[in-house]
Design a binder for this molecule. Sequence first.
Ligand SMILES: Nc1ncnc2c1ncn2[C@@H]1O[C@H](COP(=O)(O)OP(=O)(O)OP(=O)(O)O)[C@@H](O)[C@H]1O
Ligand SMILES: Nc1ncnc2c1ncn2[C@@H]1O[C@H](COP(=O)(O)OP(=O)(O)OP(=O)(O)O)[C@@H](O)[C@H]1O
Ligand SMILES: [Mg+2]
Ligand SMILES: [Mg+2]
Lengths: 256, 256
Amino acid sequence: TRRVIAVANQKGGVGKTTTVINLATALAAAGHRVLVIDFDPQGNASTGFGIEPAARQRSSYDVLTGEHSLDEASMDTQVPNLRLVPATRDLVGAEVELLEGQRRDSRLRDALFDGAADAEFVLLDCPPSLGMLTVNALVAADEVLVPLQCEFLALEGLSHLLHTVDRIRRSRNPDLVIRGIVLTMFDRRNNLSEVVAQDVRANLGDLVFETAIPRNVRISEAPSHGLPVMLYDWRSAGAQAYIQLARELLGRYNRD
Amino acid sequence: TRRVIAVANQKGGVGKTTTVINLATALAAAGHRVLVIDFDPQGNASTGFGIEPAARQRSSYDVLTGEHSLDEASMDTQVPNLRLVPATRDLVGAEVELLEGQRRDSRLRDALFDGAADAEFVLLDCPPSLGMLTVNALVAADEVLVPLQCEFLALEGLSHLLHTVDRIRRSRNPDLVIRGIVLTMFDRRNNLSEVVAQDVRANLGDLVFETAIPRNVRISEAPSHGLPVMLYDWRSAGAQAYIQLARELLGRYNRD
Ligand SMILES: Nc1ncnc2c1ncn2[C@@H]1O[C@H](COP(=O)(O)OP(=O)(O)OP(=O)(O)O)[C@@H](O)[C@H]1O
Ligand SMILES: Nc1ncnc2c1ncn2[C@@H]1O[C@H](COP(=O)(O)OP(=O)(O)OP(=O)(O)O)[C@@H](O)[C@H]1O
Ligand SMILES: [Mg+2]
Ligand SMILES: [Mg+2]
């Protein structure tokens, strides 16, 4: 079976890209074949895997416009078992261009229909908005993973995101489920993190993964070396937390 | 004179909203009449001033559609000298709706033509994208302030943002200047902050404000009380840094 997971949250800077890069790497290290699709015009997931802008000959933009198939646009990374469809700035234009075309919100779903057939996991890194790119990802996905920064302002948008997922499930993608909410940048030194974490767990219970990702400077250093944190410093608290998260995610599949 | 300042950066979570709320409050405390326009569908700036969603009867969306003038949509806040045009979720639709209309990227500029005449500063909080809302803000603005988080991934998008500002200056808004780059969430304990700060100062020199905003938990606690950090805890390092930034900004006007 193949699972397509959209990693989404319209709030900016909550750890979407970091979660895609490091969860994908942990799943690949456990022997699963993984494809990451960078769907953010910033191209941060592509950078995090060490792919320079000049090396992104084919990209997720080409897949959306139909110029290349998913398999043509995907490339190897330094991580065994892990392939990537990189993002370029052109993607900024896609928000506008997609609006005028046919089947505008199912372009990615159509591409996944006959592409990435041998991947066991496909992870989609979404931009910080609920525009056309994120809608395409939610229509294409089987499940949604929501990184939630342990900050007050990050809580504000959560209900809006969950309503949007509901709306897409009812209108465009009946099988779409929320796989879970991942608490990120959890800082034991600061009371606010604990307050937010308790609040979210009280309201959403089992939907929240037990594994919380700690704030850990090795995580934010890794992208400057073009490496996932597991390859940069696998002993770090950050790397270990993402390994733990991958284990918990796989456990949820066995449970259901 | 009136100065319209767009606070923009397509990278998410870098401190745009925090900078708008607290710089606006510091300028108001210094006796200047300030208007904040919340241009982000998340409505975080409105929340940061304690305006509940139910109290946002008129909003920046109504101004864009022409249903209300800027002056009709603006409201008082708890901060003397500071008024706000709040944001609601409707704004998400504006990205799409604006595309189909006339004068789609100068709706805000048109509204500012005969609105907010008595404000000395108008601060625009932009969403984390370079879509229609941010373009509208850059077309309407006299100057741009760029919050830059001291993180590697945040550096990546800076040149793209500066090119976008250039493009808007050449095609739509010849007087648009970059007022400066503000380093945010600077953490003395972590080497990465220092490396990023030195790199940016070496490349952009005077464009970077001397005042760096430290990572300070009181800043992230303040929005949960609906207060700018100056009103929540004016002795905190965060509040003092924004007071200092306001002073430095005013100094730049005297200098030029
Ligand atoms: N657990 C963590 N500890 C420390 N730093 C982190 C952690 N997770 C993410 N970061 C850093 O925080 C910043 C924001 O994370 P990231 O870019 O992954 O968020 P995002 O949600 O993808 O942002 P955007 O909304 O711009 O796409 C990055 O500089 C990243 O390196
Ligand atoms: N100097 C600081 N110290 C500590 N926390 C901060 C600081 N500046 C901002 N924050 C917190 O970091 C988070 C991101 O900041 P903020 O929401 O202002 O960024 P933004 O760029 O407006 O995000 P978005 O891209 O989603 O609009 C918020 O939870 C905020 O409270
Ligand atoms: Mg990202
Ligand atoms: Mg904001």
